[in-house]
Design a binder for this molecule. Structure first.
Ligand code: NAP
Length: 292
């Protein structure tokens, strides 16, 4: 039977460590780490994610501020809000919850964030430093995945890691981190995307398979090598009338049939999701320490 990598369990442990560091920081400097989130519009999923982040701040003893803006807010107005947060000495870091409405240029917004407060790690400066292996804010989801591998001491050196998906926030940074000369890392990495041919032939070679393509239950048992480690980044709401909520959550991996082939596998929910949030907290603590 595979070991289930419980992101929730790892995240809870890291939250305790962060809470201890927060109280030490408060004693030494009198300051409490402070994270802000900008939320544009009323998208249900975005609201849920932002609320979870704010709640996590409370758990570890951070201060948090939510800046909620109407969905038709102008790009100029949003840039003004960002300017205010950049110049707010009381604030350690902030995020702009993505996706943004179509009339706003996401790249422009990302680039307006002061890199010293870029706790999502999406600014070109943060990503550039990451590629060079310099200390910086790492994108939350890939950072969370590396913490999961670390927690279980999963060997990575010399292994073949296949990443499905090449987005700027998950697949691409993930592939870079797994190839770096560190632990977890030192993998031989193959990054795949929608134009990849013979995907199954490639995934069958993976010792570590990291799946982030955004298609419910796309990865099936016949795509996975016996004994592989599978990390499922995807998250989807599937209608399910047997549930009180009317839906259930699934990942990009068909968990029930893939799990028996794996040595390690992360579930959805309770896998990468909680790790993404805790990584944001880690980055905020780092920002607060950098300031001091
Ligand atoms: P995205 O921006 O939509 O990127 C998806 C990537 O998958 C693209 O690179 C795309 O290729 C590739 N792809 C699509 N179909 C494919 C196929 N048939 N075969 C191989 N590659 C294919 O998605 P994302 O933001 O990276 O997110 C991926 C998933 O992770 C989503 O379900 C998202 O909700 C979830 N997510 C979860 C967390 C968390 O905390 N748990 C955080 C972030 C994202 P092209 O580049 O060629 O289009």
């Amino acid at each position: 039977m595979p070991t289930i990598i419980s992101g929730k369990e790892v995240a809870d442990k890291i939250k305790l460590e962060i809470a201890e560091e927060v109280s030490k920081l408060k004693d030494e400097t009198g300051r409490t780490p402070h994270l802000a989130a900008i939320l544009v519009g009323n998208d249900g999923a975005s609201k849920t994610y932002v609320n979870a982040k704010v709640k996590a701040c409370e758990v570890v003893g951070f201060r948090s501020t939510l800046v909620a803006l109407e969905k038709d807010v102008s790009e100029v107005h949003l840039l003004n809000e960002i300017d205010k947060l950049n110049n707010d000495d009381d604030l350690d870091g902030y995020i702009v919850q993505l996706p943004l409405p179509k009339h706003i240029n996401e790249q422009k917004i990302t680039e307006a964030i002061n890199p010293s407060k870029d706790v999502d790690g999406f600014h070109p400066t943060s990503l550039g430093k990451m590629i060079l292996g310099l200390p910086t804010f790492l994108p939350a989801t890939p950072l969370g995945v590396t913490e999961m591998l670390k927690h279980h001491n999963i060997p990575t050196e010399g292994k073949h890691c296949v990443v499905i998906g090449r987005s700027h926030i998950v697949g691409s940074p993930m592939s870079i981190l797994m190839s770096q000369n560190t632990y977890p890392g030192n993998c031989t990495v193959t990054i795949t995307h929608s134009r990849t041919q013979n995907l199954k032939e490639i995934t069958l070679q993976a010792d570590i398979l990291i799946v982030a393509l955004g298609k419910p239950e796309f990865v099936t048992a016949e795509m996975v090598k016996e004994g592989a480690t599978v990390i499922d980044v995807g998250i989807h709401r599937i209608e399910d009338s047997s549930k009180k909520s009317g839906f259930r959550l699934v990942g990009d991996v068909k968990f029930d049939e893939v799990a028996p082939k794996c040595s390690y596998i992360s579930p959805v929910p309770g896998g990468v999701g909680p790790m993404t949030i805790v990584s944001l907290l880690k980055n905020t603590l780092l920002a607060a320490k950098n300031k001091n």
